[in-house]
Ligand binder design. Sequence first.
Ligand code: AMP
Length: 494
Amino acid sequence: MTDRDPLGMYGDTLREECGVFGILGHPEAATLTALGLHALQHRGQEAAGIVSFDGRQFHSERQLGLVGDHFTDPATVKRLPGHMAMGHVRYSTTGETILRNVQPLFAELEVGGIAIAHNGNFTNGLTVRRELISTGAIMQSTSDTEVVLHLIARSRRKGSDERFTDALAQVEGAFAMVAMTRTKLIGARDPNGIRPLVLGDLDGKPIFASETCALDIIGARFVRDVKNGEVVVAEIQPDGSISITSSMPFASKPERICLFEYVYFARPDSMVAGRSVYSARKRAGINLAKEAPVKADVVVPVPDGGTPAAIGFAQASGIPFELGIIRNHYVGRTFIEPTQSIRAFGVKLKHSANRAEIEGKRVVLIDDSIVRGTTSIKIIQMMRDAGAREVHVRVASPMIYYPDYYGIDTPDRDGLLANQYGSLEDMCRFIGADSLKFLSIDGLYEAVGGENRNNAAPQFTDHYFTGDYPTTLTDLRGRHSADPKTVSLMREAS
Ligand code: AMP
């Protein structure tokens, strides 16, 4: 086992994958929110919630399960009346799967009711939580998001939006957040803009959503990305009109959107920071074919994540593309079950070999990423069982050495396949492939349309590949990490 991750001590940070949506001033706000969340379902399948406000009261429905399991029921939506609503889809990896962790979180404060929904993770969440509890705070959930409600409650600023901003200035890490008060819908992004958030418009009614695909589903117009470090406040005025104001209240930092949005997380039909996710993935496949060519009879994607890259790989290599693996869409994501044994079982439920396209052939399997290696092991065995003559694996992103602390589900360093094996050859042998290659970091940057990472100021965060964390991290004793650059130096030295 290599000791490449100097930050293993941060492993207990709470991690959640999530999507957020909110709309202001529309008579069917809750229905539109349910539709928006449905389009964001890939960002979290464990639970969903919607809070609405009808001019007098807030209403809240929070459920475990998929959006479609609950929010397609007209009776549920009827319990969410009002002209403003916001919602959240969630998948947690370390917070518990319990209803009181499901967002939006809501509280009645001195400044009135406020609901909040968070995509991302606070890297000092546990420390702030402990400080709040030690001074008397009563927490309802085990989610790091709840600290924001307490910080708003304790803020001495005047208005609800100023208090919200004041609270966010005290947390570190990643946040794309939506908040709702009696008259306002607020969208905010952390100073690095690690997680995405867009501003949309439906007939003059403002919307915040994690991705543009949530705008497309309801026919809304994309207005712009919320900027890194920006707080956008949409407010209903006494005459019924809606005003939109923007401020940049946090210390300015360069934008570093998470590269994994392009690799795996975002939906391929979304535009993230002005770039098509689909074309980034396809281009990654083209670059992979150039960097790691292989003699084979058929290019097979690991669906759905590997499909755009496999199309690119097939086009660039001239090897025919075939659907050699069929995915059952009625099973949740591989990662949805919390234990390793159930996760392995889940993979079998999800994919099956299309024997007619595999038997007797030299197969190149294309996946978007390898995290734990669980998927690769199963799929390669499946290809062999279906009669593949050779199985070559090409991965459309670099090796993952470092855990994520900003809202992507990755295990601690020991759980990452790249850390379990010293060399590519050992990894290849372990997963049972005939050959294994990963896309280079430069190949990925080129695919996403970014400058070579060594030539330009960082435009993305790529810490899972490089160890270059964009923020300070806080360990369980509340100590800040050294300058994140030290992390890279330590990695190079190791
Ligand atoms: P693993 O099986 O642990 O190596 O994970 C890699 C597989 O899971 C690939 O097929 C990816 O498409 C998918 N994947 C990558 N990252 C994530 C994530 N954060 N959550 C769920 N699935 C993921």
